[in-house]
Design a protein around this ligand. Structure first.
Ligand code: SF4
Length: 402
């Protein structure tokens, strides 16, 4: 059990003007009067600081955080307290030059903006509002002009999965410092119909492995991507001749994504690196529950996708909750896992998406129902899997981000 989280994600408000098909917060038009007040937000930040240095990163989400007029003061307070702060505002008219300048002045380190399609039609239909794509492009131009780093986030769904290569190249063209992929977790408005099949997720993970080889942009597969770690290790073992290629479960979707990626890379004159420098770090906050989530009314959850209440920052001390919670202890313990994840030879590095297990089965220790792997399928050589992942980690961010 880690002594502190890598990051604390805060749902600053539930208010949002968009109606995204996959919204985990089931955001609504108006703010909830029971949201943390400004003073309570400062006290909550003090609780993050109490974890000690190096401080967990404060990741501000929503709803739309820009619906809070005090959000700039709160960011300033967090920065003055020594925290690194990221914010993921919605792409509404509030993401305008004035507010982007205020984010920059408040000291915000990175802005994260969602992109769910490579074209205005695709993106806007997903986001539930016309004009969102154009607004996103405009916002990225302003952020580039102001030298405010931004990432683009894509939730992978049935609607956009075939466009992933185009979205990746678009992210680079727009000047993003990273492209982060979320695999859909069926919570909030995100229904299981939007999700891919386990075999299709497997194909996406193979695509991500290839995408990370291009000296293009930092690619990171986060929430719902836990089995990616198994795929990365298997790919590396195949490359080193320690595993038969037939062990890899690659289907039609992967062939399509691979073809598109190769074509786009050729057009751009890019060559693949010998080794996929995955940015999927063992320290990633989405793995093994190394992050923690604070909801808009102060409830503490293991993650934004797992609404299991551990306490409330209004009454409880975040650090005490994090270090003593039986739920978190169970989530960090591979021996507690059930089903396939419980007997899997990769569960030391993977453990499946606990949030997805919870969303689908109601049991956060159940097997990840969207993993395609059957334990015992491969004869695994005696290797240190964590060391392989470490070797694959990004060693060369600067080459990618330029
Ligand atoms: S069975 Fe579970 S632990 Fe094994 S690779 Fe799949 S999700 Fe990971």
């Amino acid at each position: 059990m880690p002594l502190k989280p890598v990051s604390v994600m805060w749902e600053s408000t539930i208010a949002c003007g968009l109606a995204c098909k996959h919204c985990k917060a089931s955001a609504r038009a108006e703010r909830d009067p029971r949201e943390l007040s400004t003073e309570e937000s400062y006290a909550f930040i003090d609780q993050i600081v109490a974890f000690g240095k190096p401080y967990p990163v404060l990741r501000i989400t929503g709803g739309n955080a820009l619906r809070r007029e005090d959000i700039f003061d709160i960011i300033r307070y967090a920065k003055d307290s020594g925290l690194k702060v990221t914010i993921a505002p919605s792409t509404t008219p509030l993401l305008n030059r004035k507010n982007i300048e205020r984010l920059k002045r408040a000291g915000c380190d990175v802005v994260a903006v969602s992109i769910d399609g490579a074209t205005p039609e695709q993106h806007d239909s997903f986001r539930g509002m016309p004009g969102t794509f154009d607004r996103l492009v405009k916002a990225t131009e302003i952020m580039r002009e102001l030298n405010l780093p931004f990432r683009l986030l894509t939730t992978v769904t049935r609607h956009n999965v075939r466009e992933l290569p185009e979205i990746m190249f678009l992210a680079r063209r727009l000047g993003a410092i990273g492209w982060y992929l979320y695999m859909l977790i069926p919570t909030g408005r995100a229904t299981e119909e939007l999700a891919l099949s386990p075999a299709e997720y497997e194909d996406v993970f193979h695509f991500v492995y290839d995408a990370m080889r291009l000296p293009l942009i930092v690619v990171n597969a986060i929430a719902g991507s836990e089995p990616y770690r198994r795929v990365a290790v298997m790919r590396r073992l195949v490359e080193e001749g320690m595993l038969e290629e037939s062990a890899l479960m690659q289907g039609e979707l992967y062939s399509l994504l691979r073809r598109k990626l190769t074509k786009l890379a050729e057009e751009a004159g890019l060559e693949e690196a010998e080794v996929a420098e995955t940015s999927y770090s063992p320290k990633d906050s989405s793995v093994f529950g190394k992050g923690i989530f604070v909801a808009h009314r102060g409830e503490i959850y293991p993650s934004s996708f797992m609404p299991v209440t551990l306490g409330n920052v209004r009454e409880d001390v975040l650090k005490v909750v994090y270090t003593t919670s039986d739920v978190l202890k169970a989530l960090h313990d591979a021996t507690k896992l059930k089903g396939r994840c419980g007997v899997c030879e990769f569960n030391d590095i993977c453990r499946g998406s606990r949030s997805r297990a919870y969303a689908v089965t109601g049991d956060y220790l159940a097997e990840d129902p969207y993993c395609a792997y059957i334990p015992g399928r491969v004869e695994l050589p005696d290797v240190n899997k964590e060391a392989i992942l470490n070797e694959l980690r990004v060693t060369n961010f600067s080459r990618r981000v330029g």
